[in-house]
Design a protein around this ligand. Structure first.
Ligand code: VGL
Ligand code: ZN
Length: 196
């Protein structure tokens, strides 16, 4: 049987309560944690490492240098956010117990390049998210995160193109704008993503 995996996109403090705080983010983090519990129930006696063997959880992290070109003062559209080494760039603490170095992927590291999709984000060893999902033989890829209209959508579209069954956890999403979130969900549905 092929495996399932979860991709957690940018559930980072700057998108939750920081410089780029998004709507529904706090609730989305709680929903994501609840989903992880539901997928791993029956494994209460197991360590987080054992849980991750059966249900891998991959984290995508926006990880910008302080002079990134997506920041307003460097010609971009966003306030400074998710700067490498800051609290704002850290994953929410309730999800941290599920993180593993080889399943943590960084994007937006090159100051000159905006990178919304997490598909080519790379772990410390230089392996991409897409590559690792392939190695895990994942068929169903659940996705949650922030922000629906930007990084979540771009990640889902690349996953779909690569042949994964994308299952979007609609209650576990944060967004910049409510109407934009709803429109993106509708469009993603037409593109073949499964809205859970
Ligand atoms: C994102 C804006 C800038 C996102 C990242 O994660 O959706 N949005 N950088
Ligand atoms: Zn960013």
């Amino acid at each position: 049987m092929k495996n399932s995996a979860l991709v957690v996109v940018d559930m980072l403090y700057d998108f939750i309560d920081g410089s780029l705080a998004c709507l529904n983010s706090k609730n989305a983090v709680k929903e994501a944690a609840g989903f992880i519990d539901s997928m791993t129930s029956g494994q209460e006696g197991n360590s987080n490492e054992e849980i991750l063997d059966t249900f891998p959880i991959l984290f995508v992290c926006d990880h910008h240098p302080a002079d990134h070109s997506s920041f307003r003062e460097y010609g971009g559209t966003w306030p400074p956010h998710c700067i490498q080494g800051t609290h704002g760039g850290a994953v929410h603490e309730i999800l941290q117990p599920y993180m593993q170095e080889e399943l943590t992927f960084f994007k937006g590291c090159d100051p000159a390049v905006e990178q919304y999709s997490g598909f080519e984000a790379a772990n410390k060893a230089g392996q991409s998210l897409g590559e690792i999902l392939g190695l895990l033989d994942a068929e169903n890829v659940y996705v949650c995160g922030i922000a629906t209209e930007y990084c979540v959508r771009a990640t889902c579209e690349d996953l779909k193109k690569a042949g994964f069954k994308v299952r979007l956890l609609s209650n576990a999403l944060g967004y910049v704008d409510e109407a934009g979130h709803r429109k993106a969900l509708e469009e993603m549905k037409t593109e073949g993503m499964i809205i859970e």
